[in-house]
Design a protein around this ligand. Structure first.
Ligand SMILES: [Zn+2]
Length: 170
């Protein structure tokens, strides 16, 4: 069975999940009410674990300075509060991004950060939507405290490889 909090698999022989510490439930029979209660507890536990954590990426803007000097200005943007992410579901950020000229995968510089602590940065690769329109970026929490970044246009969406934050979650 999978942990209800972080999605770590094969935990049935353990007392607690080795990754997040949530007690492995012992439910006798198929009790719907117990299950509901358990899921609620797991949800609160997950929220507490991820409290204060934010994730996002770095984008680059072209800015004109003076007559014709153009700078690649780095800007850190927040995409989601991690405590609001549900495992397996994509949280879409409202911002629209201008298309980047890319055939095939692009690299995103992504980060996670708790409050004012230093960020953990990483790079993920994701297929770029091949259209003239704007992109939206979403974040999906995967099993084992791993994040995926998802790009979509009006037709298709593509998910990045995993960006793990498991060593950061206490
Ligand atoms: Zn767990």
């Amino acid at each position: 069975m999978k942990c209800y909090v972080c999605g770590t698999d094969n935990i049935e022989s353990k007392a607690r999940c080795p990754l997040c510490g949530f007690p492995v439930p012992r439910i006798v029979g198929d009790n719907g009410q117990e299950m509901e209660k358990l899921k609620e507890m797991a949800g609160k536990y997950r929220q507490k674990k991820l409290e204060g954590w934010k994730t996002g990426m770095t984008i680059y803007r072209h800015e004109k300075k003076g007559e014709d000097l153009e700078f690649n200005v780095e800007q850190k943007i927040c995409l989601a509060d991690c405590s609001e992410l549900q495992i397996g579901e994509i949280f879409w950020n409202d911002q629209k991004f201008a298309r980047v000229d890319a055939n095939g995968p692009v690299e995103l510089k992504v980060w996670v950060q708790k409050a004012q602590q230093p960020e953990k940065y990483g790079t993920v690769r994701v297929q770029a939507p091949d259209s003239e329109g704007f992109w939206q970026v979403g974040v999906r929490m995967q099993d084992g405290w791993k994040l995926q970044f998802v790009l979509k246009d009006d037709k298709k969406q593509f998910a990045s490889d995993d960006f793990s934050m498991d060593e950061l979650i206490q």
